[in-house]
Ligand binder design. Sequence first.
Ligand code: LAN
Length: 716
Amino acid sequence: MYYSESIGIESARPQNEFWSLEVSDLGNQKWKYGPVRPGVVESHLLQPNKPQPYGKYSLDQAIELAALNFSTVQHESGTWPNQYKGPMFMTIGYVASSYFTKTPIPGHVVSELIRYIVNSSHPVDGGWGLHETDKSTCFGTTINYVILRLLGLSKDHPVCVKARKTLLDMGGAVGNPHWGKIWLSVLNLYKWEGVNPAPSELFALPYWLPIHPMKWWVHTRGIYAPVAYLYTRKASCELDPLLEQIREEIYLQPFEKIDFAACRNKVCGIDLYYPHTTLLNVANWAMVKYDQWRPQFVANWFNKFAYNLVLKELENTENLSIAPVNGAFNSIAVFLEEGRSERFKVVVERMHEELFLGPMGLTMMGTNGSQVWDSAFAVQCFHVSEVDQFGLVKNAHDRAVSFLLRSQFDTECVRGSYRDSRVGGWPFSTKDQGYTVSDCTAEAMKAVLMAHPNDTQLIQKLHKTVDLLLSLQNVDWSSKLRAYYGSFASYEKVKATPLLELLNPAEVFGNIMVEYPYVECTDSSILGLVYFQKHSDYRSEDIKLAIDNALQFLAKAQNPDGSWYGCWGICYTYSGMFALEAFAETGHKYGNSEIVRKGCHFLVDRQLKDGGWGESMKSCETHTYVSTLQANVVQTAWALIGLLLAEYPDLVVIEKGVRLLLSRQTKEGDWAMEGVEGVFNHSCSIEYPNYRYIFPIKALGLYRRRLKSQGRTWRN
Ligand code: LAN
C-alpha cells in the first residue's frame, strides 16, 4: 500500500485539476498539473503495480495480446514513457537547486515529491539507501531527510522522527560520502573545509596530460566541472531559520562545535563501497594546502575554465545536461554567474523533464527517460515476433520507427567542448540530451534497418552511423596493452588510464573515473554492424575486421564458468543474453562453438525449479552469480533469448522457461513489475519498466520461430 493522500502538509488539490503527461515529438516528457484529463498512457503509468497472473493463453495469443497491450501504452510521439527510477540521490539536486536559487516549487509538485520519498523509506528503520532497494545508508538517509524538511515536512512528523533516529544511529551526517558533503555544503548544512577538494585548476591543465579531466567518463567530468566551480567559490546557500533547525537535527553534536576539516575523510562504514587510496589521500592533502594558500583572484580566474565547460555542456544539450546530477549543479553555477537570466530560466524549466510521476509519487529519474533505447528494442521485438504488421501494433511500430529517425543526431557539438563527433549517432534518451551511446546507436540502427531494409536513402544516411560506431571501437595500442582491444565502451572510446580509479573520490561508486570496455556495449555494436552489413557494402572490410576484433574481445572477457559480467543490467543473465546474441548473429551457435556452449551451460545450470531464472542485484556488487528464490519474468526472458538464439538443443529446458512466462501473463496481456532490472557503477540499481514487455515478447517470438522451424506446434 502506498501513502496516497495526507502526509501532514497542506496540499491544495482542486477537484478539476489532474496530472497529465506532455511528450514532444522528440520524446521530451513533462508532467503537468491542470485541467487536462489523464489519458490511457497516464492511467497506465499511475496504476499501482498488482496485475493478477492469468496464464491461460496459447503461445500465439500470448504474443499477440502482449504486443497489443504494449502498443496501447505507447505515447503518440512513438515513445513508451516510464518512470525510470531507482537511484535515491537525484531528487536532492532539484530541491537543493530550487532552495539555493529561491525558485519556488509548486505545491502539487511538493506533495508528490514528499509522497515518493515517504513511500520509499525503509520499512524497518525509516531511512533510505543509495537506491530504492538498498539498505539504509548515511548518504541516502541524510539527503532524503533534508529534502523532506526543505519541502516542509515537520521535524516531528513520524517519518522524520524515525529517519532522524536512523541517521543519528549511523553517526549523523558527518559520515556522508563526497557527493553528500557537497550537497550539504551547497545548502549551508556543512562546511566546505570538510569536503575533499575539487579545484577548478584541474580543468585548466593542458589536454595532453593523461589525467586531464576531459578524458574522464562523460558523467564524472560533467559532474566535476560545476562541482569544481561551486567548490572553488565555496558557494553556500543563504542561511535561514529552517536551515539552522536542520543543522541541529542531522548531527550528533551542535553544528558550531563540529570540526569539519577533521571530517573530510570520514565516511560511514555502511556507505563505503570504494575506499580512498593512499594516493588520493595524499593528493587531497596537497590540494587542501594549495586551496588555503592560493589567493581568491587566482581561484576566480581558474573558475572561468570550469564555468566555460558548464556553458558548453548546456549548449550541447539544449540546456538539459547529460543527466540530473550535473544538471542540478549546472543550474546553481548559472544562477551564481548570471542570476535569473534567460538561460537560467530554461535550465530550471528543463529540469522538470527529469521529474516523473508514478504510483509512489514524483521523483527525479536517472536520466530524462529511456526513450530511444526502449523504442529501438520495441521495434526489434515486434519484428522478431512477427507482429509488426498486426493490427494496432503496426501503428505503434511505425510511430516508434519515425521517432527513432527523428532522434538521430544531425549536428555536431560546439567547438571547445572536448566532445567527439556525434552526427549519425543516437542517444539513450532524447536527441536534446545530446550524447551518443555506442549500444544505443547500434540498437537504433538495427531497428530502423529492420523496419526499412530496402530504403537506399536511409542506408546512405547510416554511413555516418557506421563511421561513428567504428570510431568508437577501442583499437589503439593502449587497449592492446590492457587486453580490451576490439571492445566498445559506453559514450566514447577509452581515453584515459584506469589507474585514474586510484583517484576516484566518490566513495560510493566503483569504476566511474574513465570509460571501460563493456561486454553489452560490444555485443550491441556487433549486432548493429552485422545488420548493416546485410544491407550494404559500405566499408565492408573495416566492418568485418571490427566484428572480428570485437568477438575476440568477447571471447577473452568470458569467465572460466562461461559467464559474462553485466554492467548495465542484472547481471550475468543480462550479459549472457547479449553475448550469445552477438555470437549467434555471427554464426557461432551451440553446435559449433565452445564459447557458446559454455555460455549456454552457465545459464542452464542456473535455471530455477519453477522453470525460470532470477538473479539478484548482489551479483553486481559481489561479482558472483547470486540467485533469487523465485524466477522473474524479465530475467527468464533474457536467458531464453540467449539460449534460443544460440540454438541450445534441449527444448525441454526452454519450454519450462516459456511456460513460466505464460503463467505470469495477465488477462490483459502484460506482466507485473517484479523487481529491478538495471544497474550502474556496480552498486546502484535502476528500473527499466518497459523491459517486462520487450523481452518476454521477443523470447516468446523466438520460441515460436523455433517451433515453426522444426515443424512443431504449441500445445497448452
Ligand atoms: C545509463 C542508462 C543506460 C545505459 C545503457 C545504454 C543501458 C548502457 O548499455 C550504456 C550506459 C548507459 C547509457 C547509462 C550510463 C550511466 C547512467 C546514465 C545510466 C545507468 C542511467 C543513470 C546513470 C548516470 C551515470 C547516473 C549518475 C550517477 C553517477 C554515478 C555519475
